[in-house]
Design a protein around this ligand. Structure first.
Ligand code: ADP
Ligand code: F6P
Length: 333
């Protein structure tokens, strides 16, 4: 039986959506340069799905993506777009692609952005997702563009907070991003040697246990006590007040916030942005659609978006156990 010819792609559009992440520019550059290398036209779509619906689309040549690989943020801007969740918004987004002659679309973003990409694919737009989020919370991939830079930013900030925390012999609660996921908190907490790490997946809300830890480590001579609190738990300010009242030790809360999303991307984020962006173009050229690029077991692979979105990811019990047992409070001397 003769197999159907894959759809021939002429013009690739690229957009960034959801929370921006360092390394997204490397991915945009790779999409444009790889597509140009393959003889395709490339269009930049500005402000994510919002810009797609409104037709904020402009041709991007190889030169337009010069000198962006080392820049944080995204030159295409990003947005959250509630309209994309409506049938009308979705239809308008598909129409914009057709009007601009875009027959292959690369969506760089997180799970939410992929849900939109999957619906666009159902409307006949060849679409590929590239994982870009500092949260590392996309189940089908072991890496998401932006995580490494964000975790290093958070870790360096915690190191700085530790200096002043030690000088004043205080307890410090540092709240890190990650939405409902604890990856950023776990990695930043391990990297900075935090005394306690509270993650949505693991925290039992036993605050008395934390208070006892603080009293015990102080008794053993520790001059500071750093608690990493993930955004999914939140309420760091109120927690600090309660801990100060219970321990009698001055306690401060710092919410790191959006600084974690900015800054110069690390080499890892430039590398993953580049390879995943180029891989997305290659998939489109092969006639593939409704796929998400992923990194698994040391290789770049791709999954059906539906299957990718249905996968579940679990924070490592072992990594969490190590983080907990290396804390000073467990040391015998
Ligand atoms: P992320 O992509 O980082 O997970 P969001 O969850 O905010 O970020 O999603 C980004 C955008 O993707 C949303 O603002 C919306 O435009 C689109 N989106 C999210 N979920 C859906 C959905 N179920 N259907 C269609 N579009 C969606
Ligand atoms: O998904 C990335 C992220 O920074 C999350 O960690 C955080 O919960 C959210 O985006 C914040 O979104 P916004 O920038 O819209 O406030």
């Amino acid at each position: 039986m003769a197999t159907a010819e894959p759809n021939k792609i002429n013009t690739i559009g690229v957009l960034t959506s959801g929370g921006d992440a360092p390394g997204m520019n490397a991915a945009v550059r790779a999409v444009v340069r790889r597509a140009r290398y393959k003889g395709l036209k490339t269009m930049g779509i500005y402000q994510g799905y919002d810009g797609l619906i409104k037709g904020h689309i402009k041709e991007l040549g190889a030169k337009d993506v010069s000198d962006i690989i080392g820049r944080g943020g995204t030159i295409l801007y990003s947005a959250r777009c509630p309209e994309m969740r409506t049938p009308e918004g979705l239809a308008q987004a598909a129409k914009s692609c057709n009007d601009a002659g875009i027959d292959g679309l690369v969506v760089i973003g997180g799970d939410g952005s992929f849900a939109g990409a999957q619906k666009l694919a159902d409307l006949g737009i060849n679409t590929i997702g590239v994982p870009g989020t500092i949260d590392l919370d996309i189940a089908c991939t072991e890496y998401t563009i932006g995580f490494d830079t964000a975790v290093n930013t958070a870790m360096e900030a915690i190191d700085k907070i530790r200096d002043t925390s030690t000088s004043h012999e205080r307890v410090s609660i540092v709240e890190v991003m990650g939405r409902d996921a604890g990856y950023l908190g776990l990695w930043a907490g391990i990297g900075a040697g935090a005394e306690d790490i509270l993650l949505p997946e693991k925290y039992d809300y036993d605050e008395q246990r934390i208070i006892n830890n603080i009293i015990e480590t102080r008794r053993k001579g520790k001059k500071h006590h750093i608690i990493i609190n993930a955004e999914g738990i939140g309420h760091s300010g109120a927690m600090a007040k309660r801990i100060e009242a219970a321990t009698g030790i001055a306690t401060r809360a710092t919410i790191l916030g959006h600084m974690q999303r900015g800054g110069t991307p690390t080499s890892r984020d430039r590398m993953f942005g580049t390879l995943m962006g180029a891989y997305a173009v290659d998939l489109l050229v092969e006639g593939k659609t409704k796929r998400v690029v992923a990194y698994k077991n040391g290789e770049f692979v791709d999954f059906d978006i539906n299957e990718g979105l249905a996968m579940k990811k679990q924070l490592s019990d072992y990594e969490f156990e190590i983080a907990t047992t290396l804390s000073f409070k467990y040391s015998k001397n």
